[in-house]
Design a protein around this ligand. Structure first.
Ligand code: G3I
Length: 365
């Protein structure tokens, strides 16, 4: 960690865990959430170094940040024998200096892996996973508030028993890769909270219901086996054009909360592609969805944090190559740039900002 001043980051981390200064602060989503005992934050990436105004908006609005891509396996290990933590180091240092709690995302994901991993034998993948977790989680030990140790364990579409997501790690170790990854992460970083992160549970679709059931069963199995699981991440990529049921999701949150683990909404955004009308009408519809969903989340005391997947439409993943490829695959043709987040392209608060603030303010009333 030559170029990462551990002392600076630890100072920032320590400060981020202390109560905020009581002096009146301009209202921000982070301050409003903080006043109700909830973390608010955003995903961040290299854009904050090229866009000082955006970096300032993140520092103002957030109390926690998730590293969107820089510590993912394909980014930090472009080749089996090449480790490239430079961007991750810069992001961890920046966040520490801003007194922001830091989420690591993600150590193990059966999707979005580099080709060199897919060419490995099962035995090599298992060894690589252990070594990758030891090196990556070990590098930032003590600096990360929580790790998404395993991302998206389920995807019933693969047709595997239990609805697990297929990929190099499952192929190599079956579902045991999950417990193994958590034990490896605990050995590498005794301080970080270890989280299991999942998608789709917000949808009241067959997929969403199957993932919810699978996740509850997996959490019980991991806890019964003494696996160091300390939190659950529900991504929250809301798609209003798909079925959603407040009561059903609230019951799922309550069932999850019975496991006595903190719940984070880890990747919140609201796709606007199903809404029509002028920009103001679309923004209002997006805001209404934020308010509806977060009101349900805030009614569950186990929900301790809400992280949006970037803060400004300008940097939404819905505008990136990854999603554009998915659009082409699914024959989705957007008519306008995505507007899924609390700040617009010019970093101005949108109706969604006020909706999120109102949901936080309604907590515990
Ligand atoms: O930065 C490079 C650029 O230099 C290069 O020219 C370009 C070539 O395509 O790639 C750029 O990197 C892309 C990166 O996003 C930044 O835009 C990667 O190819 C692309 O794979 C990456 O996509 C990310 C995706 O996960 C896959 O890792 C998205 O930004 C990120 O928002 C998305 O986030 C996921 C969560 O990790 C898990 N939950 C779902 C969520 C949305 O899909």
């Amino acid at each position: 960690m030559a170029n990462l001043s551990r002392r600076a980051v630890l100072a920032g981390l320590a400060a981020s865990l202390l109560p905020r200064a009581t002096a009146a602060q301009p209202s921000s989503l982070g301050a409003i959430a903080d006043a109700r005992g909830v973390w608010f934050g955003s995903a961040i990436g290299e854009e904050i170094f090229a866009d000082p105004a955006y970096a300032a908006a993140i520092a103002r609005e957030c109390r926690m940040v998730t590293i969107e891509n820089a510590v993912k396996l394909g980014f930090i290990r472009p080749e089996p024998d090449r480790f490239t933590p430079e961007m991750a180091d810069r992001l961890v240092l920046w966040a520490g200096e801003k007194h922001l709690a830091i989420r690591g995302h993600t150590l193990v994901w059966n999707d979005n892996n580099p080709d060199w991993l897919k060419r490995m034998s099962g035995r090599e993948v298992a060894r690589l996973m252990d070594a990758h977790i030891a090196e990556t989680a070990g590098r930032y030990a003590g600096l990360i508030q929580s790790w998404d140790v395993v991302n998206e364990p389920f995807y019933p579409g693969f047709g595997l028993p239990g609805g697990y997501r297929d990929g190099p790690f499952f192929a190599a170790m079956g579902k045991d890769y999950i417990a193994r990854a958590f034990h490896a992460a605990r050995a590498a970083d005794p301080i970080a909270k270890l989280t299991l992160n999942e998608a789709f549970t917000e949808e009241d679709t067959d997929l969403g219901r199957r993932v919810r059931a699978g996740l509850l069963g997996l959490v019980d199995d991991l806890l019964d086996a003494g696996v160091p699981l300390q939190g659950i991440g529900l991504q929250g990529h809301l798609k209003p054009h798909l079925p959603y049921d407040d009561q059903a999701f609230g019951k799922f949150l309550a069932a999850l909360a019975e496991r006595k683990l903190p719940i984070l909404i880890t990747e919140l955004d609201v796709s606007d592609e199903g809404f029509s009308g002028d920009q103001a009408a679309v923004d209002r519809a997006v805001a209404a969805r934020y308010r509806q969903f977060l009101t349900t989340c805030m009614a569950e005391p186990a929900v301790k944090g809400v992280i949006t997947w970037q803060l400004s439409d300008r940097y939404s993943w819905y505008r990136g190559d990854w999603y554009k490829n998915a659009q082409r695959r699914d024959h989705i043709h957007r008519l306008r740039p995505a507007r899924p987040l609390p700040l617009d392209d010019r970093l101005r608060p949108k109706a969604a900002w006020a909706a999120i603030a109102a949901a936080f303010e309604g907590r515990g009333l």
